[in-house]
Design a protein around this ligand. Structure first.
Ligand code: ADE
Length: 231
C-alpha cells in the first residue's frame, strides 16, 4: 500500500515511521509512506497556507490553493497505479466532524492499494477542498485535537497492521479486541505466581477446549460490563 500524507508538520510522523511494526512494514516494502509538506505548494511569496474565515469568527482556515496543488502532486506521485485508476483513490480528511473510526473501517481501508490523508489545522480547511478532493471524512472520537496528524497516525496504524504479512502472527489479529465485536480476554505470561497473584489454573491445564471456552466467557463478560453497546 502506498500512503501519501499532506501535512504542515511532517516531523510529527518521524517517530511512528521509524519504530516497531510500521518501520518493519516499510523495510519489507509492504507499505510506502510519504509525507508531503503542504507549505511547499503555496504559490504566494510568504508561503502562507491559511487566512481569515469569510463571515468572520475565530481562528484561521487553510486556503485551497496549496492543498489542491499538494493533492495533485500526491496523485501524480502514485506510480503504483494507472492514470485512469487515479480517480478511484480515496482521500481521507481527518476531522472531528467525520464518521467515527472503528475496526471495520480499518479492515476496509487495509484493502486499498493507495490512500491519501489530509491533515488539517487551525479551524480546518476551506470547504471546497472537502467537496472536491475528499472522499472520506474520518474522526477518531468525540474530542478535538490540535490537528489531523495524530488522528491520521491512528488510522494509518490500525489499517496497516491488517495488511497481510505486516503483523507476523496472523492469529493475534483474529483474536484481538474488536475483531469480532468482542473485547479480548485477559492474557497472562510467566511467572506462574507473581507477588502472591496466581495465573488462572485453567490456562495451565493444557486442555485447549476448556481454555477456549474460558476465554470466550471472559470476553463476553468484559464486553457486557464495559461495552454493552457491542453485545
Ligand atoms: N482533528 C481534530 N480533532 C480530530 C478528531 N477527533 N478526529 C479526527 N481529526 C481531528
Amino acid at each position: 500500500m502506498v500512503i501519501k500524507i499532506l501535512t504542515l508538520f511532517p516531523q510529527m510522523f518521524t517517530g511512528m515511521l521509524s519504530e516497531s511494526i510500521i518501520k518493519r512494514a516499510i523495510e519489507d516494502e509492504k507499505i510506502d509512506i510519504d509525507c508531503i509538506q503542504i507549505r511547499d505548494y503555496a504559490s504566494n511569496k510568504h508561503k502562507k497556507v491559511d487566512d481569515y474565515p469569510y463571515g468572520g469568527g475565530a481562528g484561521m482556515v487553510m486556503t485551497p490553493q496549496p492543498l489542491f496543488d499538494a493533492h495533485e502532486y500526491a496523485l501524480d506521485s502514485l506510480t503504483n497505479i494507472k492514470t485512469e485508476e487515479k480517480n478511484k483513490i480515496r482521500t481521507i480528511y481527518m476531522t472531528p466532524k467525520g464518521r467515527v473510526f472503528n475496526q471495520d473501517m480499518a479492515k476496509e481501508l487495509s484493502k486499498e492499494s493507495s490512500l491519501i490523508f489530509i491533515c488539517g489545522h487551525y479551524e480546518g480547511v476551506d470547504q471546497r477542498v472537502i467537496e472536491t478532493l475528499v472522499t472520506d471524512e474520518i474522526s477518531i472520537g468525540d474530542y478535538v485535537l490540535t490537528g489531523g496528524e495524530i488522528p491520521a497516525m491512528v488510522v494509518i496504524d490500525a489499517t496497516v497492521r491488517l495488511i497481510p504479512g505486516v503483523v507476523s502472527n496472523e492469529e493475534s489479529i483474529v483474536d484481538e479486541s474488536h475483531s469480532n465485536n468482542l473485547l479480548e480476554y485477559p492474557q497472562y505470561t510467566r511467572p506462574q505466581e507473581f507477588r502472591g497473584m496466581e495465573v488462572p489454573g485453567i490456562l495451565l491445564s493444557g486442555h485447549h477446549k476448556n481454555i477456549e471456552e474460558w476465554r470466550r466467557n471472559k470476553s463476553l463478560e468484559i464486553t457486557k460490563n464495559r461495552r454493552p453497546d457491542l453485545v
